[in-house]
Design a protein around this ligand. Structure first.
Ligand code: ZN
Length: 230
């Protein structure tokens, strides 16, 4: 078969680039091996890959991007989805083309169900936040969206352990609020216990007692104010 001559212009330029690339290649007698070029390292590591993916996809919040071993996996994942606005609120579903009869919040019936509404603006959210503020004697802002709330906590003039603790409580609040909302939507006939704060205080105590090797805090101290134990 006759070879086509390389023409001027694009083909010529591509051929020159190919020659330049080939010049850099040195073929040795060593056995073939894989190399990892994503970072400045030769060897592949899961940790390196995870860190690279985190940089690409997660927000800049250090606490939101690190996996918290004290909380259950489902609560970690849920928090990540809240921060990334990936919760299937009625507004988010509508925005993605899944149309529902109503965009209104099923919990309060008063406001479009966005992430901000569910976790900050809704009367149920406010009720929970007021109680958490009182429990921890801490000035947690009431009108911040989830991302700004995390920024606020990360910039608080407190020890890192306290900030990490507050973040865990925030993640738990988000988890319980969304669970409560789903109960209203998917189990409308179920008799609901609206004392969400009790559930948050109980479950976070359980997590700390069972998964944290650092704390030996008792229940009495816990319900009074766990921050006093730090
Ligand atoms: Zn609402």
């Amino acid at each position: 078969m006759a070879k086509s001559p390389i023409g001027d212009g694009v083909q010529d330029s591509q051929l020159n680039q190919l020659h330049d690339l080939i010049k850099q290649v040195t073929i040795t007698s060593a056995p073939n091996r894989w190399r990892w070029y994503l970072q400045d390292m030769d060897e592949f590591s899961v940790k390196g890959l995870r860190s690279h993916i985190d940089c690409l996809f997660l927000s800049s919040h250090y606490l939101a991007t690190s996996w918290n071993k004290i909380m259950p996996r489902k609560v970690n994942i849920h928090a990540w989805r809240v921060v990334k606005d990936r919760i299937p609120t009625r507004f988010n579903l509508w925005f993605r083309g899944v149309h529902h009869n109503s965009l209104i919040c099923p919990t309060c019936g008063n406001g479009i169900e966005t992430i901000f509404h569910v976790f900050s603006e809704c009367y149920m959210a406010k009720r929970v936040w007021y109680s958490i503020r009182k429990w921890l004697s801490l000035d947690i802002p009431l009108h911040y969206d989830p991302v700004n709330l995390l920024s606020y906590v990360e910039n608080m003039d407190k020890a890192k352990a306290i900030k990490e603790f507050v973040i865990i409580i925030i993640f738990n609040v988000w988890w319980e609020l969304w669970k409560f909302r789903n109960d209203i939507v998917f189990n409308p006939s179920k008799k609901r216990d609206v004392i969400l704060v009790d559930a948050i205080i109980n479950s976070s105590f359980f997590w700390f007692r069972n998964r944290s090797i650092k704390t030996s805090i008792g229940w009495d101290e816990w319900i009074k104010n766990p921050l006093l134990a730090f």
